[in-house]
Design a protein around this ligand. Structure first.
Ligand code: ZN
Length: 219
């Protein structure tokens, strides 16, 4: 996935959503988030979704929703949390292929791939097994946790946003669920996962057992 921009409608610049009106590093064409789209949620019932077990027990209070912190540096070496996530997902689900983490800074536009904190999992919507597996993973990531809040596993891993099958889920907009995505790549042949810096650096509670600050910038 390459560069794209997304916009949040219905919120004036001074609102709390105004600050996230900025470039997101995915796809090549501007995209827009539009209104209520709960029906677009691509995943199966979250309660039935299975996923890997965390190597560290969750603290009583886990991470909040990571805000969008876009790529600002040329530092494409794969970061340890991104690599660990990729290995864990491929091993657990046993489906699809590794689409890679790093991207040369001369290719395309802004992307967390250029900071080693985005991963592409190659799974195709046209393949029933791959699609079901992909959507199980996404349901598992975004399911409500024992703290009563959405996206428990995504928060523990430091997920910043996800793109799959013409939809985008942003941690910073988790209250709105899956939203339409119209970047140049429809992401019908892979899931894109972008991590916060703490997620990419393997510092979140999934790995450490300690709540991390998911909003910090490049270390
Ligand atoms: Zn990508």
């Amino acid at each position: 996935m390459r560069f794209a921009r997304w916009r949040v409608r219905r919120h004036p610049a001074g609102s709390r959503f105004g600050a996230i009106r900025r470039a997101v590093s995915c796809g090549a064409v501007a995209l827009a988030l539009t209104g209520a789209v709960a029906a677009l949620a691509p995943a199966a019932q979250a309660a039935s979704a299975s996923g890997p077990t965390a190597p560290a027990a969750a603290p009583a209070r886990i991470e909040g929703f990571a805000r969008y912190v876009g790529q600002n540096n040329c530092d494409p070496v794969a970061k340890p949390g991104t690599t660990a996530l990729a290995e864990m997902v491929l091993a657990y689900y046993g489906t699809g292929r590794d689409g890679g983490i790093s991207r040369d800074c001369s290719i395309g536009e802004r992307s967390e791939h250029k900071e080693g904190r985005a991963w592409d999992w190659m799974v195709n919507v046209a393949d029933p097994v791959e699609r079901a597996t992909a959507e199980e993973f996404l349901a598992w990531l975004t399911a409500k946790g024992p703290d009563g809040k959405a996206a428990y596993n995504a928060r523990r891993l430091g997920v910043m946003y996800l793109i799959w099958n013409q939809r985008i889920w942003l941690a910073s907009r988790a209250d709105r669920g899956w939203l339409p995505y119209d970047g140049s790549s429809p992401h019908t042949d892979h899931i894109h996962v972008s991590l916060s810096w703490s997620g990419a650096m393997k510092q979140t509670s999934w790995w450490t057992g300690v709540r991390a600050n998911v909003n910090k910038r490049h270390p």
